[in-house]
Design a protein around this ligand. Structure first.
Ligand code: NAP
Length: 351
């Protein structure tokens, strides 16, 4: 029997997840959708034969909905996650888990009170074959103790609904999560510098922004966030260890040599660059949700990342380094696969 899923948010990524759940993966049936844009939601509902609910809360309460995918605007996530936890329904929540650490903390406390994980957060980089290979090589000691991580996150453009706060709490949140995962460490302090503004872009965005993370065990992470780079979607990363380095390949699948020049392809957007990772994170979520549980990126990961983006916003506004104090980690998130992503090997990192 396929898992009966309700999807809240039928925007860009909501539509993309509906496509993968209905056309790419097996074991899922979308029985309900909801979006603040009722016309958009109705069009999707009619197309896939699902019921449209007026609100996300009504969708969560629908007895026919066994599990919930939250793909609405980040600022709406917390209320939906809390409602799904209250209904004890498994959740896939797009990042960020919530845009305030207070909301993330409420979610962590609600899930810990249940005593079992029900939420997987959409930190899909942990399922990307290249990042998985990097993480496995680091964990296997192939570059010695990791000391630094250089991360680059460049978007070609952002939609009009992208507000200035999203540079940190919606975009940089990915780089913060992957830093924690690759270095197996927590963020201790954050410093932020805004560069000379990209004059080709919107005047209200501090673009590009440079974020420096100090990790608890002494590692350093520098993150470039550029959200209007124009030429494509460019994700880079290199971890520097005591005896070696490991970097994401920046090459395109093929090099074109023509007219005296070498050229390659840059992905258009996140859908293209991370298509495998999105598929894999749902392959991971579906069986766990069908069993009434969750593994992979957790509410603790969502809390830790948002705590750091909040500190980054304070650092940017004050010009001062901000230190981070975390709550005690509930035992629920200390299990072997509780907060460190996929257990199964997607890409062999040997050799
Ligand atoms: P989007 O195209 O703007 O879609 C968001 C959708 O949610 C829109 O249809 C929006 O309606 C709707 N919405 C807004 N408030 C809502 C509410 N209260 N209840 C129900 N629906 C509501 O944005 P998106 O790019 O799909 O992003 C959605 C989420 O996915 C964000 O959290 C974003 O960070 C995340 N995301 C993750 C990745 C990734 O790499 N993991 C990539 C892209 C997006 P209106 O258009 O009418 O406002």
């Amino acid at each position: 029997m396929p898992l009966k899923i309700g999807v809240i948010g039928t925007g860009m990524i909501g539509e993309d997840h509906i496509r993968r759940l209905t056309q790419v993966l097996s074991g899922a049936e979308i029985v309900a959708v909801s979006d603040v844009d009722a016309r958009k939601a109705q069009a999707v509902a009619d197309r896939i034969g699902a019921r449209r609910h007026e609100t996300g809360e009504a969708l969560i309460a629908d007895p026919n909905v066994e599990a919930v995918v939250i793909a609405s605007w980040g600022r709406t996530h917390a209320a939906y996650v809390l409602a799904a936890l209250a209904a004890q329904k498994p959740v896939f929540c797009e990042k960020p888990l919530a845009t305030s650490s207070a909301d993330c903390r409420r979610i962590v406390e609600a899930e810990a009170a249940l005593g079992r994980r029900l939420v997987q957060v959409g930190f899909m980089r942990r399922f990307d074959p290249a990042y998985v290979a990097m993480q496995r090589l680091i964990a296997a000691g192939r570059i010695g103790t990791p000391l630094m991580f250089h991360s680059v996150h460049r978007n070609a453009s952002v939609p009009p609904s992208y507000i200035p706060a999203m540079i940190l709490d919606d975009t940089c949140v990915h780089d913060i999560d992957i830093s924690r995962w690759l270095l197996a460490d927590e963020v201790k302090a954050v410093t932020v510098k805004s560069a000379r503004r990209n004059s080709k872009g919107r005047a209200d965005l501090a673009d590009p922004t440079l974020v420096l993370l100090e990790m608890a065990q002494g590692g350093l992470v520098d993150i470039e966030i550029s959200v209007q780079i124009g030429y494509g979607y460019d994700i880079r990363g290199e971890v520097v260890g005591e005896t070696g380095t490991v970097a994401l390949s920046t090459g395109s699948p093929v090099d074109l040599r023509s007219a005296g020049a070498v050229s390659g392809h840059v992905p258009e957007d996140w859908r293209e660059r991370f298509i495998t990772a999105y598929d894999e994170e749902f392959r991971h979520w579906l069986p766990a949700a069908a069993a009434g549980s969750a593994t992979g990126p957790s509410c603790w990961d969502g809390y830790a990342a948002t705590l750091a983006t909040e500190a980054a916003a304070r650092a940017r506004d004050s010009g001062q380094t901000q230190t981070i104090t975390m709550i005690d980690k509930p035992a629920l998130y200390a299990s072997p696969n509780g907060d460190q992503g996929p257990e199964r090997t997607i890409f062999a990192a040997g050799g």
